[in-house]
Ligand binder design. Sequence first.
Ligand code: ADP
Length: 149
Amino acid sequence: MKERTLVLIKPDAISKRLTGIIIDRIEHLGLDMKAAKVVVMTEELARKHYPHLEGKPFLQDVINFMRGDYNGIKDHRIYAFVYEGEDAISKIRTLLGPTKPENAAPDTIRGAFGYTKGDTMFNCVHASGTPEDAAREIALWFKPEEIIA
Ligand code: ADP
């Protein structure tokens, strides 16, 4: 089924200059980039992006991480994309590997480039997990007119 999904290149990947490699791997899945922008990750946006983490003891750590506080990204920028194509959601999630980098196969992005330090998972990239999440996340990060039809 043709789907759209949200991809975020996180501060640990930005600080390691991995953006090109990550985009290259997604391009090789045969998916189309339909929107792209650089966004300032505010605490409010982080909380809206991760509503299912509300109340978790590690939420503040995730917010600080997503704002680049652990990677020297002082302007708090994050790179956001909408990709589209057949089974886009599962294809990108498979490419990323599981949430915890230590559980991810070495040929996945999180397995190859991610790591865990203390309680923080430096897992490089976010991608929507379900069609419902994708619709909600795309609407949170992009205005409809920013996405190519
Ligand atoms: P995913 O990023 O794979 O979709 P989640 O939405 O469950 O996973 O979690 C969002 C982010 O919160 C993860 O990428 C990770 O950085 C962090 N996280 C999730 N679970 C934990 C945990 N148990 N301890 C610490 N950080 C976590």
